[in-house]
Design a protein around this ligand. Sequence first.
Ligand code: OGA
Ligand code: NI
Length: 332
Amino acid sequence: MGVPHVPQRYVLPPSQRPNPTLDLTTTLPIVDLSSLHNASQRSQTLDNIQSACKELGFFQVVNHGIPLAVMNDALDAATEFFNLSLEEKMLLLSANVNAPVRYGTSLNHANDKVHFWRDFIKHYAHPISNWIHLWPSNPPSYKDKMGKYAQAVQVLQKQLTEVMLETLGLNIGHLHEEVEEGCQLMAINCYPACPEPDLTLGMPPHSDYGTVTILLQSGPGLQIMDNNRNWHSVPFVEGALIVQLGDQIEVMSNGLYKSVVHQVTLSAENKRLSIASLHSLPLNKKIQPAPELVDEQHPVSYNEFSFRDFLDFISNNNIADRRFIDSIKKTA
Ligand code: OGA
Ligand code: NI
């Protein structure tokens, strides 16, 4: 609070700092989900989703069915949580990636070489009755407000994941249950205003491990990388939610769809909050390229992996150094 300079442990080597010359102002896709229920617009919308998934692994959605009040309540609960005394938050501190609820700073404060300008609380959320009693009991409204949002976003993820599998032409009959029963991990992030935002990041470049991540943000700061390794700042659209494809969809699609590399930049003036809901198939389910998408021209490009394998990977590796998905790519 109020420090004039970024402490040395947050200063990134010059090559890893945010690079304004690579930040393009392009129009990023926004999909109106209500058009999926309109017979004359549905196929055009599916085409738009398919191109966004192939080219970027990213789009924003509007008319997604989650009321603005539910989203604002969740952000309010997050604000109040991060406003608690450090002492109180420290009761939830854990560096164990398997803890059901954990408060932390940076990526993993126990082994980060350079620190990132972020505090977070992570907890599981589906099925909610298994987890909600473990969530913070302070602020008193946290469980109710975050719980309502978590359940609404779980409904949305099911719809989005099934639409994506449909646009891949996959027979999803056997996947319905696994999409429904998969893991939901919520990462609630706080990025305080930063006195020297050019020297550090809130989160380093990474992709998420699951099927989809649905992200709610209080303001701008997220950047995504395109195929040419240029960064695009994601515009803040009131009421919209951000959809990011994760490694499990990239693997299932045998590389047709891309998990999006993203990072978080900081502001000198404003604190930013975000709520990332990370969805994946059940913990031990091995994901592999769908047989329908494998042929002579498109040989199997990835080894199979489960969410548990990813958790083992991040216990031993720093995602700021090496992408998980590169560890399971088959080398030709
Ligand atoms: C994440 C993430 C982005 C953001 O939690 O995995 O990428 O904008 N968050 O906070
Ligand atoms: Ni992420």
